[in-house]
Design a protein around this ligand. Sequence first.
Ligand code: UDX
Length: 448
Amino acid sequence: MKITVVGTGYVGLVSGACFADVGIEVVCVDIDKKKIDKLKNGIMPIFEPGLEEIVKRNYASGRLHFSTNLAEAIQDSDVAFIAVGTPPGEDGSADLKYVLAVAEEIGQNMSDYIVVATKSTVPVTTGKKVQQTIQAALDNRGSDLEFAVASNPEFLKEGAAVEDFLKPDRIIIGVEDERAQKIMKRLYKPFQLSGDRIIYMDIPSAEMTKYTANAMLATKISFMNDIANLCELVGADANMVRKGIGSDPRIGNKFIYPGVGYGGSCFPKDVKAIVKTAKQYGYDLRVLQAVEAVNEDQKHTLVNKVKKHFGEDLSGMVFALWGLSFKPNTDDMREAPAIVIIDELRAAGATVKAYDPIAMEEAKEVYVGDKISYCNDAYDACVDADAVLLITEWSEFRLPSWKAVGKLLKNKVVFDGRNIYDRKYLNEMGFIHYGIGLGAENHVKVEG
Ligand code: UDX
């Protein structure tokens, strides 16, 4: 089998490399020539565990190709995956211009039956638009070639993308054409999933599945953040509540960790986009609007605690930030709560010293640039700082030497945005520990 994957972002590059790894011939296409040249030289555009190895291995074996020429790539491809970006427009709806441009180019250049499958998260009805766009391009050429569209949303998580792709929980395939279904079935055969884990359905349902999955996960997080905030007020411990409810299999113990709010390229964008889609159909998705509002507020929680402790005016104060990326094991800074936290600390007059194991380059380039100073390690960030804020729960922040940290900080105060530290132990070491929803003792000051 041969496939073309258009777009070498997270989804496209990981999908292309993993399909090649199970023996399929893959051409990854991107309009960005620099990116393609770099990939040919083994330079990854993103940091993702295991990706470089799998790309290099399959490129060397000749199964994985990189090209800027879509027209050429799709010749004798069984499937063309569209995995280009769908950035949010001003009004929150997903912008389809890149997706439809690819569809048009496929219609203009295809020379045989092909399945065109969307892998990017696209709003419901995109399948139909892709179909119409390809058909219009064929009509323009006076061609009567046949094709089928499919929706094959990707559920991979950043930081675990390769593993998620190779060992998926489930595969969703929206397809309404028998021939196309057979081709998709063959394509996923190497993944050896038992029958009920490949789910075939109509295209709009597949599109809705992706949004609903992300919206549900975002809901779990915002729900728990809301509850954590209440726990704090009533003197309960959100960690215990989490364990308590998580033991009910109907609820499950995942994605109920309170924190500084969800970020990344998917949850914020997808929640906004599905709310917008619903509005277009005259329906109000009230739960999801609340999910988004809670998340926006949650990004301010940690700085609110800083202000409660040190006062509203943070002029002349210095804060150490541990972690910048929106979650560990990625350099992705998109919608990272750290951006809001940095802006707020600076607006109150403070300066910020940050350290992140991987994301500092990304942060410098696009997101927080020279607004902060970048440090060599977690301890370096604490030198002469007034307190430390844990934003991203990278493994290397989990067990620091508090003795060393205590010597470096001006005040022994820790704002733990992910509840990863043991308050009792920290208190014994003379630290004040603030967490998210960790009960009334949050406000009890400890000597030291
Ligand atoms: C998500 C989905 O998990 C994935 O299936 C989809 O394809 C794309 O969107 P990703 O954005 O990579 O993946 O990150 P994920 O690991 O899901 O985390 C999202 C955000 O939620 C992070 O900011 C994380 O810190 C936050 N989170 C997660 C919490 O605050 N609490 C939790 O309990 C879990």
